[in-house]
Design a protein around this ligand. Structure first.
Ligand SMILES: [Zn+2]
Length: 294
């Protein structure tokens, strides 16, 4: 048995102690995910479990009473002080705070099917960055086996299905947001695996996972453009994909050779950068295995 416990009362007593830089914020989120993966993989020796304790493996997330808003009335309402905005999918299998090992008031979470950058999402992040000086990072977090990406891939591969969405404006809006990633992934798979790759039984599945990574990167790059009026060195846009099986965040390929352990990646800055990323994904062993699997 495994327990993830929020222990309220100890630890930081208010929202102070936030990361000062985007790099520190990125490291905190990667470490939080590392701790969850370690807990699930080695339940008896995971970081955060109590030494020598009997019973279930446990990870304790300390939350100060003040950090939970239990300060005295004289101290007023808890100050809103998240250090990262996270745009994730609405999929119920992707609980953002748990995946990243963070507590209340740490993350400014937005969730929508396909983690696409709808206007209301942009407005919300714009508000956070413009009004919350604690903000350091803006994360787009896709995930494997995404239903929204799967729907977009099916609509792309079978235009008749897209026609069926013609009167479903809201649903079509999500699919339309996802099409650039699907188009890019489709072209890269055919380029890398050959023109007959589309006949392989695993093609649609490979395209779904390739597109999920590309979509997160594209949405993060779009966010960087939207944030151009802010200092993107202070609030950096990054992306990753959460693997429903391993519970790790990251991408199937090493995005930055200078920092191979980095799992929250900077999105490409150019069209050629995206094409290169798409080819690397299509040539990865993970996508190759999906193509062959069927
Ligand atoms: Zn999803």
């Amino acid at each position: 048995m495994i327990e993830v416990v929020y222990r309220i009362g100890e630890g930081p007593q208010d929202a102070d102690g936030r990361p000062e830089t985007a790099e520190q914020a990125r490291a905190l989120l990667e470490q939080g995910n590392d701790a969850l993966v370690a807990l699930l993989a080695e339940p008896r020796s995971a970081a955060g479990s109590e030494p020598g304790a009997e019973g279930p493996a446990r990870r304790v997330i300390e939350v100060g009473a003040g950090g939970f808003g239990l300060s005295s009335p004289a101290e007023g309402v808890l100050r809103h002080a998240p250090f990262a905005a996270v745009l994730g999918c609405a999929d119920a299998r992707v609980p953002i705070e748990l995946i990243l090992g963070r507590a209340f008031n740490d993350l400014f979470v937005l969730r929508v099917a396909g983690n696409v950058l709808a206007q209301e999402i942009i407005g919300s992040i714009d508000y956070a960055i413009g009004n919350l000086p604690s903000m350091r990072l803006a994360v787009v977090l896709g995930h494997t086996k995404c239903g929204a990406v799967t729907a977009a891939v099916q609509a792309y591969l079978d235009p008749a299905q897209y026609l069926g969405l013609s009167a479903e404006h809201q649903l079509r809006s999500i699919v339309d947001h996802l099409f650039p990633a699907v188009r890019l992934g489709h072209a890269a798979l055919l380029e890398v695996a050959g023109a007959d790759a589309a006949t392989q039984p695993g093609f649609a599945g490979a395209l779904v996972e390739t597109s999920a990574v590309l979509n997160a990167a594209i949405q993060a790059a779009s966010l960087r453009s939207e944030l151009a009026s802010y200092d993107v060195e202070v609030v950096q846009p990054v992306y990753a994909v959460y693997d429903l099986t391993s519970h790790r965040i990251g991408t199937p390929v090493v995005i930055d050779p200078a920092a191979p352990a980095a799992r929250l990646a900077d999105p490409p800055a150019t069209a050629e950068g995206f094409a290169s990323l798409a080819r690397e994904l299509a040539a990865s062993s993970e996508v190759g295995a999906l193509l062959a699997a069927g």
